[in-house]
Design a protein around this ligand. Sequence first.
Ligand SMILES: [Zn+2]
Length: 120
Amino acid sequence: MNRVVALATLQFTRGGLFDGRPVGPEVHLVRMLQNAGTPGPTLCGLDRFAKGTPGWSVGGGVHGAGIELRPCPACEAVAFQKYDGAPAWGSAPFNTLFRRLLPAPWDVRNLPVVATEGRE
Ligand SMILES: [Zn+2]
């Protein structure tokens, strides 16, 4: 079973490590399991593993001057519907982007389980 303890931020990017740019301003959420895995699509249903999908960063990404970041409203809605109480995992500024979610500690193994789901 998948034991969801947190929601990790996910930013889609194009380009390499040093010239990467966000695909858009929206930052998404993915489920984070007790063992720290982050399986499956974004909460709003984007399949990041599909062919032709841009690169992505879990828990971080590209930020700084001139780069707009905003929380994906569809991910936020699912977070409250299905994972109420789950904190947001990531580095600053990503972990505080979803203002109604508390930032998660870096080590999520001791967080309470907010949802238990079958494996996909
Ligand atoms: Zn989303």
